[in-house]
Design a protein around this ligand. Sequence first.
Ligand SMILES: Cc1cc2nc3c(=O)[nH]c(=O)nc-3n(C[C@H](O)[C@H](O)[C@H](O)COP(=O)(O)O)c2cc1C
Length: 248
Amino acid sequence: MPTKTTIIGVIVALVIVTAIATTFSVLIQQEQPKPLETMETKDTQKIEVGERVKLPEPRYISNTSVEEALSQRRSIRAYSGGNLTVEEVSQLLWAAQGITALWGGRTAPSAGALYPLELYVVVGDVEGIDKGVYKYSREEHDLEKVKDSDIRAELADAAVRQECVRDAAIDIVFTAVYERTTRKYGERGIRYAQMEAGHAAQNVYLQAVSLDLGTVVIGAFVDGEVREIMNMQEQESPRYIMPVGRKG
Ligand SMILES: Cc1cc2nc3c(=O)[nH]c(=O)nc-3n(C[C@H](O)[C@H](O)[C@H](O)COP(=O)(O)O)c2cc1C
């Protein structure tokens, strides 16, 4: 038979354990992140030409295998009109040319590791990023605004009026600075730089599958017009336009 002292001891112990558990559960509840739908939406602030926008860190794992991405990859030219998130833009640019090694190695191969490609993003409809034209910095993983206006319609006109360029939330424009590769490889460097645009563009296609977004490579455009609309530097040759949007 338990003594009266033992019973009182058990009751006191139970009260203490219950109090500790209640305190922890309140603390744990306070630690829980707010559900996504109750989070504040990101405001799109005005960004001036020359200002930079830091992109969020890309993620390095997903539920889409390389085999799934390859088998589902398709050119998609119809978009719903929904906006992209800054995380999606970050992920697409990283897939194209992100730095993945301390010595500067990237997601796509490059002849002699000379990296002749540059990337621009024509932003039309991205949550948290003001409309305009931006240049991607791989080293900083950020964007520098180079033009203030929404040029999607003008770019579509330069791309023989292909509507997907106008309708996409963003257009990623790939340019090549041939001199970086021709300095070492002569004329052959031009071929190498063009091949590299293909590697980087395929990365964007596969990343788009993983993000459930639609994209297509556009090779039909008037180079001089694209260069002029985008205020490109003299040594840059536009090679691809990749419109990206939510699937229509
Ligand atoms: C070098 C190159 C240039 C292309 N240019 C265009 C283009 O200007 N407009 C377009 O709608 N599709 C363009 N495409 C996409 C092809 O039409 C598409 O890859 C092809 O129809 C096969 O379809 P899939 O990509 O869905 O497999 C181009 C593809 C390549 C490789």
